[in-house]
Design a protein around this ligand. Structure first.
Ligand SMILES: CC(C)(COP(=O)(O)OP(=O)(O)OC[C@H]1O[C@@H](n2cnc3c(N)ncnc32)[C@H](O)[C@@H]1OP(=O)(O)O)[C@@H](O)C(=O)NCCC(=O)NCCS
Length: 277
């Protein structure tokens, strides 16, 4: 067994962490996506390890502690580094009531552990994590996209205050992601005589991912979401994409209606701290 340095890593290591992800993660985040997720000023992660070997990133959120990223280089797997990194994560989160792996809004990289990642599922089971819930993505083939019904716009900087107020009233849990999308120019909105009817964000934490999406409470279930989703998908296609994934899906029907199919499933693992010590 080789020893793994568990020093804290800073933003200066981003390129090396991105390269580690490229080698070791099936759906690797790019350096700028890692920068947003790991070094956000309002929720900086504790990032530890050695980018040549393995890295773990944790954050403390409202629901407890979260592992945002855990990866070991494929060339040095099976030597105990995974065990060392999850133990380091738990030590960093010792002041929290629980540790959840992924599904850590608003800066999540993964909505859980992808069910194809047998080694990761096994590592977490060996450390007494429970499968708390499952999340899934739905893929949409942008080359076979339904026509854009129109009626949507991209929100701009001048719309920020109105949007922030609307989100605070109707969907405060999604305010951070929706406003980040607005700042990036990837927030699709629609209006009626009463004001904002809804929004659909895309390319927020990761490029190619669509969500969150929401409409005003009085419009839920009345088809107001579909033009927003199609408006976002058409803009993703116009930017050169052939495929998009709706991330961390709630109801299936609205996305099935626009041609979406379940593409990836993620288990959310959680452990109450103190359970096995
Ligand atoms: C999961 C992962 C971190 C394990 O790293 P590792 O250094 O090989 O882990 P270890 O040698 O410490 O082994 C730890 C445990 O993982 C499990 N494991 C490791 N390799 C495994 C494999 N090939 N098959 C099944 N289980 C495996 C075992 O339970 C092992 O413990 P045990 O041998 O005592 O039962 C590594 O495979 C990895 O980086 N996978 C990709 C992770 C990823 O997708 N991250 C992005 C989302 S956060």
């Amino acid at each position: 067994m080789t020893s793994l340095p568990l020093d804290r890593l800073g933003a200066g290591e981003l390129a090396a962490i991105a390269e580690l992800c490229r080698r070791g993660v099936s759906d690797p985040p790019a350096a700028d996506e890692l920068e947003g997720a790991l070094f956000a000023p309002d929720q900086p992660a504790t990032v530890r390890g050695d980018p040549d070997v393995g890295v773990v990133a944790t954050v403390e959120g409202e629901g407890g502690g979260y592992v945002r990223l855990l990866v070991v280089d494929p060339s040095v797997r099976g030597r105990g580094h995974g065990h060392a990194l999850i133990e380091a994560a738990e030590a960093d989160l010792a002041g929290t009531k629980s540790v959840t792996v992924g599904a850590d809004a608003p800066y999540f990289l993964f909505p859980g552990v992808e069910t194809t990642q047998t080694a990761m599922l096994s590592l977490l089971e060996r450390h007494h994590y429970n499968r708390a819930e499952a999340n899934f993505n739905m893929a949409v083939d942008l080359d076979a996209l339904h026509p854009d019904p129109g009626g949507t716009d991209l929100a701009e900087a001048g719309d920020r205050a109105e949007m922030a107020g609307w989100l605070e009233t109707y969907w405060p849990n999604w305010a951070a992601e929706a406003l980040r999308a607005l700042d990036k120019g990837t927030l699709v909105v629609s209006h009626d005589d009463e004001g904002i009817t809804g929004f659909c964000a895309y390319d927020v934490n990761r490029r190619g991912l669509l969500g969150p999406v929401a409409v005003r409470h009085d419009l839920v279930g009345k088809g107001a979401g579909e033009p927003l989703v199609l408006g976002a998908l058409h803009r993703m296609r116009a930017a050169g994409r052939h495929r998009a994934e709706v991330v961390w899906v709630g109801p299936i029907v609205p996305y099935a209606r626009v041609g979406g199919t379940v593409s990836r499933v993620f288990f959310v693992y959680r452990k109450k701290l103190g359970d096995d010590r």
